[in-house]
Ligand binder design. Structure first.
Ligand code: PEP
Ligand code: MG
Length: 757
């Protein structure tokens, strides 16, 4: 059974359009269940009707032409109740309604199940039979399982279908389509897609026109020859170690490579204008599909060989790719899973927006994008990104939406918002040099989070009063090996110098989770609960000590360094880390450096640290809440997972209680407390944090003047009342609404638009 399910889903997955996907579904489900009819009705959101979209067994000539209203007939009932309906005699049911001409009169037994994706009923899948009988439990279970698995594929194909229409119209005149994702970094971007694909992934090759067909052909032939040579060499090297069966495998490989059809097909696509990588991927995927459908398991397994070969050829093509020389003036970087290091691929002045199919608003790439002020949409899971190369796109980074094939009206609307945004930021610029204080004179220092060198200028430009979080892993991520002590010293020195005499809080290396160094891979089932942050560096004193020594040396003569420890979950970790820091300090003094022992602090980003905040505070100079991780761990919601992103609420009452508890604990020990998670940069949340007693807020530079304006518009009494009321609320939605009200009452309506949590 599982095998049948898997095969059907796999086959549907390869369909290029929604009608093709539905066609495969009705045929294969009917065969698998041995019924006479299988039909799919799809929901049309515009008319709120269920359209007869594909059938095997009923009148095909009416496909797309007839429909049922929601709640009407058996199909409407299944959709409305969102549960299966299993009937021996369909006509006997009071909801039964015959659709004229559809041809279902002979069929008595009816089994319908809803197709639901992310709580939305996309359609209804129905099987019917002449025989008067109730489908048995296993039939029902099969269809429900099938439908649950197909829902995601159908949701994806619904969008992909719209785009293939656009492609066939050469990019112009396609249907305007909106794809929902997650807000990553606020702002609007209008530009052209530049697709970055992971290396050697046949399924992620962007479709692109060849600039020089002859060169592409030559590159393809060369890549084929190189792979052939590799395989011959491996076969020869292994020589006698292989048994004849294994040797035969290499022969199979070579035969596939020699197969004139593959070579000719790829070549003819290149001649027709595709670039070599695109042509190769199309042809190989077709052949893989062909093998996967074979009945005989031996032949089916050959699909793996074809895929492996295709991937090898692709890798050669990618290593010699010289196609991309220029980027559009307004480039939108699009990729399946963009990482921090990929941000460097496009010159900053040309980068206007970012879209990542995977990840969420709290992924590190989104945080960096916010720091850089680049509007970003994350988790756009339905985006057919490989087909978007050079297409015009609009990003709405406030609501996390991508617009494909925008028409003139959409373009005008967004160009208008873009112009308004620019006017607001010009107005905010005037706040750069004024203090962040309430109308009754309470000061609240605003610091910035940095990582890239580019952040420094932006931060100083925005009037930052210090650095509350310098993510030292960023320069590590952008390299091909660990930077040496001297290299690190220079990097840190430039940060410290740029801000001196203002304080710079350097966090020790925080890798693991979603931040993997290419040269230090960490493979784990559950990376956010695994080897992360301080856990890694305590296990590798050689990395930790070198880093702390580099920081200390860099601070010589400046004395504006603060050191901060990430992911502390118990006191022993802190004790050990302090021991290393003291040792590093002694060593640099012995080497002749003249430096002061810097203040050391702990990040509170694990629930355990909230409950032990006093014990931790006693041993250090300051605490700083990492609300991004704290929210993730308190709510048990992976900050990177688009599927649960709507459960990730930094305004959750539990998070607010924790924030208050940490501030109280630090102050009870007479220590300073700050916050450096994204929440600090949210004007509404900043009001609450001020009232909770936070001594400093650290945020990305983009939000600094917005938060300053919010604080400058109210007094402490207003902030305290807002907090007292917020603490009585029971849901993040209520908190959100409450804060929107507070902002509006204090003349800050223009800040309500972007929703952070
Ligand atoms: C946090 O977790 O809130 C934080 C500031 O650290 P990072 O986002 O780098 O994990
Ligand atoms: Mg963190």
């Amino acid at each position: 059974m599982l095998e049948i399910l898997r095969n059907i889903v796999q086959e549907v997955n390869t369909a290029e359009t929604l009608p093709a996907a539905l066609e495969i579904i009705v045929q294969r489900v009917r065969d698998a269940m041995g019924t006479e009819v299988c039909t799919v009705y799809m929901h049309d959101p515009e008319t709120n009707r269920f359209v007869f979209e594909a059938t095997e067994g009923l009148n095909k000539s009416l496909v797309g032409k007839i429909s049922m209203a929601a709640g009407e007939g058996l199909v409407g009932r299944v959709a409305e109740r969102e549960e299966p309906l299993n009937l021996e005699v369909a006509t006997a049911h009071r909801s039964f309604r015959l659709l004229e001409g559809i041809g279902e009169e002979p069929f008595s037994a009816f089994l319908g199940v809803p197709i639901i994706h992310r709580r939305e009923v996309l359609g209804v899948l129905v099987v019917q039979q002449q025989e008067k009988r109730r489908f048995d439990e296993s039939d029902e279970a099969f269809l429900v399982t099938m439908s649950a698995q197909l829902a995601g594929v159908i949701a994806h194909a619904r969008v992909t279908g719209a785009v293939s229409g656009a492609n066939s119209g050469a990019g112009a005149g396609g249907v305007p389509t909106k794809i929902a994702g997650i807000a990553g970094a606020p702002g609007i971007a209008i530009g052209r897609a530049v697709v970055v694909s992971p290396v050697a992934d046949l399924y992620a090759v962007p479709q692109r026109r060849a600039q020089d067909r002859r060169a592409e052909l030559r590159a393809f032939k060369l890549a084929l020859r190189s792979v052939r040579k590799d395989i011959e060499q491996v076969a020869e090297k292994l020589g006698t170690q292989l048994n004849p069966e294994e040797h035969a495998l290499f022969d199979v490989y070579l035969r596939i490579l020699d197969d004139a059809t593959i070579g000719t097909e790829v070549a003819s696509r290149i001649k027709a204008g595709q670039w070599a990588q695109g042509a190769l991927s199309e042809v190989m995927i077709q052949h893989i599909k062909h093998f996967e459908r074979m009945e005989q398991s031996y032949l089916r397994e050959r699909a793996v060989d074809v895929k492996d070969l295709g991937t090898r050829v692709l890798a050669y093509l990618q290593s010699t790719d010289t196609e991309r020389q220029e980027f559009p003036e307004a480039s939108i970087l699009v990729g399946e899973e963009l990482t921090a290091s990929v941000l460097g691929e496009i010159p900053r002045e040309k980068l206007v927006g970012i879209i990542s199919v995977k990840g969420s608003g709290n992924s590190h790439v989104a945080i960096l994008a916010r720091a850089m002020g680049v509007p970003t949409v994350m988790g756009a899971v339905d985006l057919p990104y490989t087909r978007l190369e050079d297409q015009e796109l609009i990003i709405d980074g406030y609501y996390g939406e991508v617009h494909m094939n925008p028409d003139a009206a959409i373009r005008r609307r967004f160009a208008g918002i873009l112009a308004d945004d620019q006017a607001i930021s010009e107005e905010l610029e005037s706040l750069r040099d004024v203090a962040c204080e309430t109308t009754d004179g309470k000061r609240l220092p605003l610091w910035v989070n940095t990582g890239l060198m580019a952040d420094v200028a932006r931060s100083l430009d925005q009037g930052a009063e210090g650095v509350g979080l310098y993510r030292t892993e960023v320069p590590f991520l952008l390299r091909e090996r660990f930077p040496s002590e001297e290299e690190q010293r220079q990097i840190y020195r430039s940060q410290l110098e740029a801000f001196a005499p203002l304080p710079v809080t350097m966090r020790t290396l925080d890798i693991g989770g979603d931040k993997a160094l290419p040269y230090f891979p960490i493979e784990e089932e559950n990376p956010f609960l695994g080897w992360r942050g301080i856990r890694v560096t305590l296990d590798h004193p050689e990395i930790f000590l070198v880093q702390v020594r580099a920081m200390l040396k860099a601070s010589e003569g400046l004395d504006n360094l603060r050191i901060m420890l990430p992911m502390i979950s118990n006191v022993a970790e802190l004790d050990e880390a302090m021991e290393f820091i003291r040792r590093a300090y002694r060593e640099v003094l012995e080497e002749g450096s003249v430096v002061k022992m810097p203040p050391v602090g702990v990040m509170v980003e694990v629930p355990a640290a909230v409950y032990q905040a006093r014990a931790l505070a006693r041993k250090v100079d300051f605490l700083s809440v990492g609300s991004n991780d704290l929210t993730q761990y308190l709510l048990a919601v992976d900050r990177n997972n688009a599927r649960v992103a709507d459960l990730y609420h930094a305004y959750h009452p539990a998070v607010l209680q924790a924030l208050q508890a940490v501030a109280d604990a630090a102050h009870a020990e007479g220590k300073l407390v700050g916050i450096c998670g994204e929440l600090a940069g949210d004007p509404g949340a900043a009001v609450l944090l001020l009232a909770m007693g936070y001594d400093v807020l650290s945020m990305n530079a983009t939000n600094l003047t917005r938060v300053k304006k919010a604080i400058r518009n109210l007094n402490m009494e207003t902030a305290r009342t807002a907090l007292a009321q917020a603490m009585l609320l029971e849901s993040s939605d209520e908190v959100h609404e409450h804060l929107a009200g507070v902002l509006a009452e204090n003349g800050l309506q223009s800040f309500i638009h972007p929703r952070l949590d």
